[in-house]
Ligand binder design. Structure first.
Ligand code: 16G
Ligand code: ZN
Length: 544
């Protein structure tokens, strides 16, 4: 039980907010719901603050992170997520967030009992926010919840989501054999800067890179990071930062950023990139990255998360072979059903690596990646990273090189283990990874794109009365409900050359998403629209 003083402090603090009438909050794919009206989030953020403290106590005072961001969504949205939540805590979050305000303290007490929390344990929380205008108000509410429950906390102000993950990892490994780094923003830049220099020891980046920062928090942070990187003259990257306006809050994610580029399949209208110029886009909280360029015929060419995954897997595979430790490292690539079929083929047939499919959402991919010594995971939308197991780190760090070539490969691998953010997918770290690999391979983006040819694909959003009737199985590649719908989809896709299609309920929006790919553009479009129709019929209670 919370002390009467805490119970009272919670009730008093909660009384300042108004519960949005008629709303039921659900913990979504990646955290609390984002809403177009961030005013609705007051009580949710308050609940998340309470929960973060409880979770820290449950973990004997481990640091828990709370990030206030709505990522790639419009500027007026906001959201909040815990670093890093466990699946079963999502029901607790939902319970707290939906409690009437005068009952929050009681529900808090019920949870203490249900989760079996020792209230004498310390509780520690770090939080940060992106550049959204509503962020400061929401952070104030977090502050109120943490203060009411006597939690020790640190406010890291503006940060990218991966930077906050980095801080949490550093704080929780401090003084252990797994020490991750200095738990400060500067520590983050120093670690990346040092690692990048190590990886780049023998090579030079060719050409320059334009980075679209979605007018989000990634802009100022990239400017800062650049100070820790070798200059272009020293063989480093000549980076041009664009869409880094965080003064005008409405420009966030507006016609720019990774989500715009990936979903619209075009460069931001503001882009002045010349043909063949290497470009990258981050999203609003800098945990997604995609590359692209305009080719000689003025055609937009996208290098998305699938491409980053295949690039990284091929490079790390080569390094492991060159270092003479390939036999000791189990490398795997983790994707979701949205990965282009051509990328999966390339991973299995050309790279000869296992390709695993998981449910959508970073937590699922991360989990699956941890089963490998080197787990390369990326969603097509640009979320992802590479994880190294304890065995991998030991193998890489203790291998005795038998030749200068082996030594070079080993040093590069050691650098990669520091360059790649192990806590979570990180657009800034992933960008340095891609730049380093392209430099090592001596590749332009065109050569990178040339590794395989994507199958034309189409994504359709279908509005249905109740998306909860669409129950997916097999890593969301098949539907077990509504009955009969999957048979229809199977029959449809079998009619198209290389046809593949699936439908799944979105975890973030009230809709069902249909994905289809096939050998030609017209077949992919046709398959997508037929499956979408079947979904619509099934969703309206018609004969599926
Ligand atoms: C969230 C997920 C993202 C996933 C997307 C799917 C995280 C940090 N973010 O944004 O990985 O691709 O949801 O959205 O896990 P959907 O369920 O609406 O298709
Ligand atoms: Zn994001």
């Amino acid at each position: 039980m919370a002390s009467p003083a805490i119970h009272q402090a919670i009730t008093e603090a909660a009384a300042k907010y108004r519960f949005p009438e008629g709303r039921v909050f659900e913990y979504g794919t990646a955290g609390q719901p984002r809403t177009a009206n961030s005013d609705l989030l007051n009580t949710v953020v308050f609940a998340v603050g309470l929960l973060a403290g409880l979770r820290s106590k449950k973990l004997n005072g481990q640091w828990i992170g709370v990030m206030v961001t709505a990522s790639h969504n419009p500027a007026e949205d906001n959201g909040v997520k815990l670093v890093d939540p466990m699946a079963e805590w999502e029901t607790y979050a939902t319970k707290l967030a939906n409690a009437p305000l005068d009952k929050v303290a009681d529900v808090y007490n019920e949870l203490i009992k249900e989760i079996d929390i020792k209230m004498d344990n310390p509780a520690r929380v770090v939080f940060a926010r992106d550049t959204r205008a509503s962020g400061s108000r929401l952070v104030g509410i977090l502050n109120a919840a943490l203060s009411a429950t006597e939690v020790e906390f640190m406010d890291f102000k503006f940060m990218t989501t991966p930077q906050l993950h980095y801080i949490v990892r550093c704080k929780n490994t401090l003084g252990t054999p797994y020490e991750y780094g200095e738990p400060t923003e500067q520590g983050y830049y120093e670690k990346l800067g040092e690692a990048f220099k190590k990886v780049m020891r023998s090579v030079k980046v060719q050409g320059h890179l334009t980075v679209d920062c979605a007018n989000g928090v990634g802009g100022p942070k990239l400017h800062e990071l650049i100070k820790y990187l070798p200059s272009a003259e020293q063989g480093g990257i000549d980076i041009k930062v664009v869409n880094d306006n965080v003064i005008n809050p409405d420009s966030l994610n507006f016609e720019c950023g990774a989500d715009y580029v990936k979903t619209k399949q075009r460069a931001p209208p503001s882009s002045k990139a010349a043909p063949l110029e290497r470009c990258a886009s981050l999203d609003g909280d800098a945990d997604r990255l995609v590359y692209y360029y305009i080719d000689e015929n003025n055609v937009f060419r996208l290098l998305d998360g699938d491409r980053i995954a295949t690039l990284a897997a091929s490079f790390i595979g080569d390094l492991a072979r060159n270092a003479g430790i390939a036999q000791k490292l189990k490398i795997g690539v983790i994707q979701t059903a949205y990965a282009n079929g051509a990328s999966t083929d390339y991973i299995e047939k050309v790279l000869k690596l296992p390709a695993v499919c998981t449910k959508t959402g970073v937590k699922h991919l991360h989990h699956a990646a941890m089963r490998y010594d080197v787990g390369v995971y990326f969603e097509a939308n640009g979320h992802g990273t590479v994880t190294f197991s304890e065995n991998a780190l030991k193998t890489i760090k203790s291998a005795e090189p038998q030749s200068p070539a082996q030594q070079q490969a080993l040093e590069c691998l050691v650098g990669l283990t520091d360059l790649i953010n192990q806590a979570v997918g990180d657009a800034l770290s992933d960008m340095l990874l891609v730049e380093a690999i392209l430099a090592h391979k001596g590749w332009t983006t065109k050569e990178w794109l040339g590794t395989y040819t994507d199958l034309p694909s189409r994504l359709v959003r279908v509005e249905v009365a109740d998306r909860s009737i669409f129950k997916a199985v097999d890593a969301e590649r098949k539907l077990e409900s509504p009955p009969g719908l999957q048979d229809k989809i199977d029959a449809l896709q079998s009619r198209y050359n290389k046809g593949r299609s699936f439908a799944r309920a979105s975890g973030t929006e009230d809709a069902v998403r249909v994905y289809a790919e096939a050998a030609s553009r017209s077949e992919a479009d046709d398959l997508a629209s037929r499956v979408a129709n079947a979904v619509k019929e099934a969703g309206s209670g018609g004969d599926a």
